[in-house]
Design a protein around this ligand. Structure first.
Ligand SMILES: NC(=O)c1ccc[n+]([C@@H]2O[C@H](COP(=O)([O-])OP(=O)(O)OC[C@H]3O[C@@H](n4cnc5c(N)ncnc54)[C@H](OP(=O)(O)O)[C@@H]3O)[C@@H](O)[C@H]2O)c1
Length: 270
């Protein structure tokens, strides 16, 4: 199989559960929209569902147990991909945490921790993988959040970390003209993170009401929906596709987009 027809290799952070696990699944199984692909997953835990995938796809999935804030763990994930398949075509920078505390209680230590996991770690992973991404004219998908442009009370560190992520994505797209960069809002998704938000004592009741109502009314998105678009962007997105109504291409400038923008309609789960 030559380089053009070989399966693409995607490094996914936070592949153990939630949106990340569904991204890994979509890439491995392939769909009408997504060509079956190879994956290196990096997360601290390796739950049974991820282990089962590793058993089902022994040739296409490598699971690396590690922390995105440890540069040596990110190196392990990169090196695992290169040793196994000799290439990295895309990153999906999905690992993230939401630690809720209002500005009045936010310590430097906790703020730095959230920034480290949600923002600094992805800059390190990008730096480590850039030579490979340049070779493949690859793609970086940043799993961002509406919080990047929001002001939810008790979310200052999370809001700031995702706004910084978006700024980093735009800058990377400007510097690296051979790489496509997508910064994507996945919507409000039915994962552990939402359960944690609903259980939080930190948010004022009126701010939490929206999340409680979405849950009670069954309106949280199943993780597979945004995950499918994120996985499709990783292996099919480029600096010229998809295109927004305005004619501009988010992959070329790292513009912040929503998973369900009209431009991504063809990338949604069939
Ligand atoms: N759920 C939503 O409504 C929503 C909305 C907007 C944006 N997002 C974003 O979507 C992404 C995925 O969130 P989710 O809802 O799927 O959350 P989740 O279910 O809590 O999963 C978070 C993932 O991140 C990984 N992770 C966290 N800290 C890590 C670390 N230090 N090193 C390695 N992996 C780490 C976790 O793996 P381990 O614990 O095994 O390490 C897990 O796989 C996040 O970036 C989040 O900000 C979610």
């Amino acid at each position: 199989m030559d380089a053009a027809t070989e399966k693409k290799c995607v490094l996914v952070t936070g592949g153990s559960r939630g949106i990340g696990l569904e991204i890994v699944r979509c890439l491995l199984t392939g769909t009408e929209v997504i060509p079956p692909s190879r994956v290196v997953s990096l997360s601290r835990s390796v739950p049974a569902e991820l282990e089962t995938l590793a058993q089902e796809y022994p040739s296409d999935l490598v699971v690396v147990q590690g922390d995105v804030t440890e540069e040596t763990d990110a190196e392990k994930a990169r090196d695992a991909a290169l040793k196994r398949w000799g290439r990295i075509d895309a990153l999906v920078l999905n690992a993230g945490i939401a630690e809720l505390a209002p500005c009045a209680d936010l310590t430097a230590e906790r703020f730095l921790h959230v920034l480290n996991v949600n923002t600094v770690s992805l800059a390190v992973t990008v730096r480590l993988c850039l030579p490979e991404l340049r070779k493949q004219h690859g793609t970086v998908v940043f799993v961002s959040s509406g919080a990047a442009v929001g002001n939810y009370a008790a979310w200052p560190s999370y809001n700031a970390s995702k706004a910084a992520m978006n700024a980093y994505a735009r800058t990377l797209a400007n510097e690296e003209r051979d790489i496509a960069c997508f910064s994507v809002r996945p919507g409000v998704v039915d994962t552990d993170m939402q359960a944690q938000i609903r259980a939080s004592e930190q948010m004022p009741a009126e701010a939490k009401a929206k999340f409680l109502a979405l849950y009670k009314e069954g309106k949280l998105l199943p993780a597979r929906k945004p995950a499918h678009v994120l996985a499709a962007l990783a292996v099919r997105g480029s600096r010229t596709s998809p295109q927004l109504d305005t004619g501009s291409c988010p992959g070329a400038d790292g513009t912040f987009v929503s998973w369900d923008d009209a431009a991504s309609a063809t990338l949604q789960a069939p």
